[in-house]
Every structure is written in C-alpha cells, then in structure tokens.
Design a protein. Structure first.
Length: 196
C-alpha cells in the first residue's frame, strides 16, 4: 500500500490517497479540503478511485467529498451512526468489523465512538497501519465536547479497542503526524490517563 498525505484548511486536516502501485486502484481517506489536489494526484498516478472512506462526518474531513464524487462518480463510505449528521448521500453505511477490499490487502472498519457517535478507524493488519481520523493522535485524543461527542464512548473505545493495538502499528491521524503505537504509549498522556 502506498499513500500520499494532503494537509489543508485552517485546522490542517489530513486527507490521504492510498493506492496499490500495481493495479492502480485506490481510495481517498477524509478529503476535507482542496479536491483539485486529490484529483490532480490521481490523474498523475493514473489511479482508479474505488471510493472515499470517511472516519467521521465533521466538515474538515468531508468538505471535498462532493467535488470528488462529481468528478469520479465514486462511492462514499461512512458509519451509519454519523449519516444523519452528515446529511449528504452515503453509498455504503459502515459497520464495526466490516472488511473493505484493497488490492493485495484489506482494511477493517473499527468503530471507535467518542469524537462522534460514528467515528471509525480503518485498520490494515498486513500493512501494520491504521487511519484514525480524530479518535487518536500522536500525543492526544480527539475532542469529546462537540455536539455528538462522548467522554464515556471515547474511554470505552480506547480501553476496549485501541489499547489492544500492537506497538508496531503506525497510526495516521486526521491532524498532525503519524506515530507508532509504541510512541503513543510513551508520549500520549490522554491515552495513558484513560488506561489508569
């Protein structure tokens, strides 16, 4: 799996183009801004877009979806618990444990409510990586004080799911830099506090 990160907007949100260099098929994760940048990169790499994967419904992660769908006709994936807040067409409503086919790999949907009720992470066991949206970052956790956030759900997501990830898993969050879970266990004080 290859990837290209795009950072955009005042909140410096991360969007990712992930693709297989052999089959030239791929997905976009959380395109919040600058649809033309994604489309230009796909054209340069000759990538056929299989879909847009959304970790949650917030605008800084979905703002470029409509333009990309208009240009490519690709499907949109979002957890069903975020669909009402998103209020735009969703092709595939995601469920916890669902598998998304990726050439030579697969992404498993991990439902991690807390930042929003429908927040998810996209986890690849083979590639040892996870796209975490605004659930967990390298040095802190996502906010839970917005309209559909929940402290209790975030604690449960961290304790029951994220805490089980092995040290060699690299997280690719919705803001900031990637980090291994080994780094998270050393430097992410909010994560450590929830586990006490």
């Amino acid at each position: 799996m290859r990837m290209k990160r795009f950072v955009g907007g005042n909140l410096e949100s991360n969007g990712y183009l992930i693709y297989d260099p052999d089959t030239k098929k791929g997905y976009i994760v959380d395109p919040g801004y600058q649809a033309p940048r994604f489309l230009k990169e796909m054209e340069a790499l000759k990538i056929e877009l299989n879909g847009i994967l959304l970790t949650h419904h917030h605008y800084d992660h979905v703002g470029a979806v409509e333009a990309i769908v208009k240009a490519t006709g690709c499907p949109v994936y979002l957890h069903r618990s975020d669909c009402d807040m998103y209020q735009k067409p969703v092709t595939h409503m995601l469920e916890d444990g669902q598998i998304i086919d990726f050439p030579g790999d697969e992404l498993r949907v991990v439902h991690t409510p807390g930042h929003t009720h429908g927040s998810v992470c996209f986890y690849s066991e083979k590639s040892k990586l996870c796209f975490t949206g605004d659930t967990i970052f390298n040095v802190d956790l996502g906010r839970t004080d917005l309209a559909d956030g929940s402290d209790w759900e975030m604690e449960r997501s961290v304790r029951d799911k994220i805490a089980l990830w092995e040290n060699d898993i690299t997280i690719y969050p919705g803001h900031g830099d990637a980090a291994t879970m080994k780094y998270v266990r050393k430097c992410n004080l909010e994560f450590l506090q929830l586990l006490k």
